[in-house]
Design a protein around this ligand. Structure first.
Ligand code: ZN
Length: 621
């Protein structure tokens, strides 16, 4: 095999005992301890030459015992690192160190970590223990640690598919929209390259009806058995909500996403199953599908260039949209064509996240959203938005009222929390629904937050640990919140489609001292959108009967807290991209908006731009 021959040439004679292909990595095993300790240069050189991820490990039988390693770790790592657990994976010569302060395990400039590696000979990996206890983070990690045998076999199988050379099957590169084209919801795109077929996102349309809920998979271009990989940009259900279905229907290949996306995906997908079971709709999948998806996920960090098929190299970069959200850069056929999938994204700074990454070396085709792509979609500057929001909140506090904020559990809720903290708000803030669970996931991945937020957290000013916030976990807690006026309640779901927010709305709607504040996108067909449009008599199901509620509370929409780029930010993103694309494909927006934005791109940048519909195919090469 050509690649392995080249690899062997780059290593000193007789240093390699075995090579294993493990997911996106080539793992080289050695029996030569001296070489292992002084191998940095060789590895660096091999990585640059082959442009592959390579890791060197010691053969299992030469590794020191687990007790010895445990002792060494305790000697070398300061107690302040607060190591809570050490897991061993002898099959891969890997040891996982769970620590509350991973920075102290790594040490200045990585020194402690390098020293550790030489002393223990096992390959150390670090896992951050979240500062806020999170059941979902714990159970996913537990599952991964208990599925060692499965994971090893699975990663080897994936690795062989990636690295063993494969014949060319077609001489084109094209994309076919299976969902999310000229619409918002059920994002799903099929990419065909000469040697592979991958899916970018696999979402559901929460507000959709019947077979418009999920992507169009009954087209002859799509065959589940031919899919080499699925790539998920971020954890919103309209991008990942249909993934478990694929695994329940026979897909057994890898899915790529960032680690925070994996945790958030699990949280949201499991909750969605609950929602499906409560509503009349037939559940599309069960918890088994979610579990399979987790087991088959390979997580990558921002900037980690990885081969994911025989002719596609994937790099995730910060998208600025939600925790762990990624712009997807695909280098196809060693530079033959480069695609940047830039949705969902925000090219503007928020408290929690830095703006979307723009320093891509090469981009020929840019795929971009137009959720806020029309001329009307220009949002006021962020500081004004914040001022307006705080004013509405404070006015309600002065009236002794309650502010109800329907919110997604992920991101918007945390951003609103950060705004309240930054503005020294000091009335109680109640969090209902899964917001608290999502907070736990946020606290597990501070390195995915903005630089300024990271500095705050390391100084001990973690907004998620602020005593201002109180968790609602029961009916009694809910009643307590209503008695604590004035106060703020942030609750799911974000578009008033189910969830505890409806309980709050029922209780608070008829009091004009209260305020309902929309802080996020309200999709067509949702109750949120109808109320925004002026609907004031709201039917509710109660004990099988329909009651009508008169909405007398103040209704406000604060535009500009969105996790999406507005029109100006989208244009700025394209304009500032380091590499200028020669084709732009606009999706993820209402039909009129994608058309309008696509025309604007052509006019402003003189780049060919299209806004296709679902099922249209576009050839890129
Ligand atoms: Zn999103």
């Amino acid at each position: 095999m050509e690649l392995l021959e080249k690899l062997k040439d780059l290593f000193p004679k007789n240093t390699i005992s075995k090579v294993e292909l493990e997911g996106c990595e080539i793992v080289v095993y050695t029996r030569n301890l001296e070489f292992f300790k002084n191998s940095e240069e060789t590895i660096r050189n091999a990585v640059t030459t082959l442009k592959k991820r390579i890791e060197l490990r010691i053969e299992k039988d030469l590794l020191p015992s687990e007790t010895e390693v445990q002792q060494k770790i305790n000697e070398l790592i300061p107690a302040e690192a607060e190591i809570t657990k050490i897991y061993f994976e002898p099959e891969r010569s890997v040891v996982i160190i769970a620590s509350k302060k991973p920075g102290l395990v790594i040490g200045k400039g990585g020194e402690t970590f390098r020293k550790l590696k030489k002393e223990i000979l096992w390959s150390p990996k670090i896992e951050r223990v979240p500062s806020l206890k999170s059941e979902i983070v714990e159970s996913i990690r537990k599952m991964m640690h208990s599925e060692l045998k499965f994971r090893k076999k699975f990663l080897n199988k994936v690795g062989e598919k990636i690295f063993l050379s494969k014949p060319i099957e077609r001489n084109w590169i094209r994309i076919i929209g299976l969902g999310g084209f000229s619409q918002v919801g059920r994002s799903c795109l099929l990419l065909e390259t000469p040697k592979s077929k991958v899916l970018l996102d696999c979402g559901i349309n929460v507000g959709g009806k019947n077979n418009e809920v999920y992507p169009i998979l009954n087209t002859k271009e799509f065959d589940l058995n031919e899919i080499d990989a699925v790539i998920i940009s971020h954890a919103h259900l309209d991008h990942c909500g249909f993934l478990p279905y694929l695994y329940e229907h026979g897909y057994d290949g890898p899915t790529y996403m960032t680690v925070p996306t994996l945790d958030l995906f699990a949280l949201l997908a499991l909750d969605y199953i609950d929602v499906m079971q409560k509503s009349v709709n037939f559940p599309l999948y069960t918890a088994k599908g979610v579990k399979e998806a987790i087991k088959h996920t390979i997580s990558l960090e921002y900037g980690e260039v990885s081969d994911i098929t025989n002719d596609i190299r994937l790099t995730f970069q910060n998208a600025g949209h939600i925790l762990g959200s990624a712009l997807i850069h695909l280098n196809i056929g060693e530079g033959l064509h480069n695609i940047l999938y830039a949705l969902d994204q925000k090219f503007g700074k928020t408290y929690l996240l830095d703006p979307a990454f723009i320093d891509f070396q090469r981009v020929e085709t840019l795929i971009i959203e137009a959720t806020y792509g029309s001329k009307k979609d220009v949002m006021p500057p962020r500081h004004e938005v914040e001022k307006q929001f705080m004013q509405i909140v404070n006015e309600t506090m002065q009236r002794n009222g309650i502010v109800l904020i329907p919110s997604f559990s992920v991101e918007r809720a945390q951003e609103v929390m950060a705004i309240l903290v930054e503005n020294n708000f000091d009335y109680p803030v109640f969090l209902d629904g899964m917001i608290w669970d999502a907070n736990g996931i946020f606290s597990a991945y501070p390195e995915y937050l903005s630089k300024s937020m990271q500095r705050k957290i390391f100084k001990g000013e973690d907004p998620f640990l602020n005593p201002l916030f109180k968790r609602i976990a029961s009916k009694q807690d809910r009643e307590k919140a209503w008695e604590s006026r004035p106060c703020v309640i942030i609750s799911t779901s974000g578009m008033l489609m189910g969830g505890p927010v409806l309980e709050h709305l029922k209780k608070l709607a008829e009091d004009e001292n209260n305020t309902l504040i929309f802080v996020g996108y309200q999709a067509e067909g949702t109750m949120g959108r109808r109320i925004q449009k002026g609907w004031r008599e709201i039917p509710f199901e109660e004990n099988g009967k329909t009651i009508t509620l008169n909405l007398k509370m103040r209704v406000e929409t604060v535009e500009g807290l969105s996790g999406h780029s507005d029109r100006r930010q989208l244009l700025a993103f394209i304009g500032k991209l380091k590499a200028k694309p020669n084709k732009v494909i606009v999706m993820h927006g209402e039909s009129k908006k994608v058309q309008e934005f696509s025309k604007t791109v052509e006019r402003v940048f003189r780049i060919e731009s299209v806004a296709p519909k679902n099922l249209e195919a576009i050839r890129l090469k």
